[in-house]
Design a protein around this ligand. Structure first.
Ligand code: NAD
Length: 252
């Protein structure tokens, strides 16, 4: 058990990559706060963990809203006594050609990815600095690749921002023994990619076939692939790694 008695808060953990991370950290002994905007998603994951005899709580909060984030962390710290790990995973896509992109398309993506990560890190650091121990992992997207994609100026800008945010935060929190890193997965098979295929009017199988043809390892990524790297980055095996981004895309 690599995370025995550690307390981890995973945002957007009701499904997809966040859910896989929550389950993986729990497998290694962490007590998990399962955050999601959708309460039913969060409760499903927390209930599954509790049925396995693990400690977990569901926390409905919109990461963009500071009062909700602050109160979620206060409740989590009250329940479990500390916060060791934060995974900033919540994210959305609103892909649309630039000339048709609305202010709302821009603001909503930047708000969840960037402001949400800022809000949660701001709340978490209070506990981590006091403990002189913490691990923060931001989930972004490989920037050079994302920059080249159609309809993603909002998503690309937000993800590039997350990489910068990671580096600066690693510098600020390093003296308090808090590691801050970033994971940039590409084409992981989740509801987000399925929704993107639907919006683009593509059959999911066609989209997957096109994607696989471009991936050197010739398969799509799974949420579990991302969860394994997240586990490494929050374990003490990576204690001298900070401010880095690891791409998970089956190739360079
Ligand atoms: P997903 O849409 O399947 O799951 C995202 C979860 O986040 C959902 O449960 C949703 O309810 C929750 N969420 C959305 N807005 C929220 C908010 N404001 N507050 C709290 N929770 C909120 O997405 P996924 O594919 O699992 O992606 C997870 C993260 O990984 C995202 O940040 C995404 O940008 C990133 N990512 C995904 C891929 C991919 O191919 N799937 C690739 C690169 C990066």
């Amino acid at each position: 058990m690599r995370l025995l008695d550690k307390v981890a808060l995973v945002t957007g953990a009701g499904r997809g990559i966040g859910k896989a991370i929550a389950l993986r950290l729990s497998d290694e002994g962490a007590k998990v706060i399962v955050n999601d905007l959708e309460p039913a998603y969060a409760e499903n994951v927390a209930d599954r963990l509790k049925q396995l005899g693990r400690q977990a709580i569901a926390a409905k909060a919109d990461v963009c809203e500071w009062p909700e984030v602050k109160s979620m962390f206060e409740q989590a710290a009250h329940e479990f006594g500390r916060i060791d790990i934060l995974i900033n995973n919540a994210g959305i896509r609103r892909d649309v050609a630039f000339h048709e992109m609305s202010e709302e398309d821009w603001d909503s993506v930047v708000a969840v990815q960037l402001k949400g990560s800022f809000n949660c890190a701001r709340a978490a650091q209070k506990y981590m600095v006091k403990q002189a121990y913490g691990k923060i992992v931001n989930i972004a997207s490989p920037v050079p690749v994302a920059l080249a994609k159609q309809g993603q100026v909002n998503y690309s800008a937000a993800n590039a921002g997350l990489e910068g945010f990671t580096k600066s935060l690693a510098v600020e929190l390093g003296a308090y023994n808090v590691n801050v890193n970033c994971i940039a997965p590409d084409f992981i098979d989740t509801e987000m990619t399925r929704n993107a295929a639907r919006r683009e009017g593509m059959y999911l199988d066609d989209l997957k076939r096109f994607a696989v043809a471009e991936i050197p390892l010739r398969r799509l990524g799974t949420p579990g692939d991302v969860a394994n790297v997240a586990l490494f980055l929050v374990s003490d095996e990576s204690s001298f790694i900070s401010g880095q981004t690891i791409c998970i895309r089956g190739g360079p």
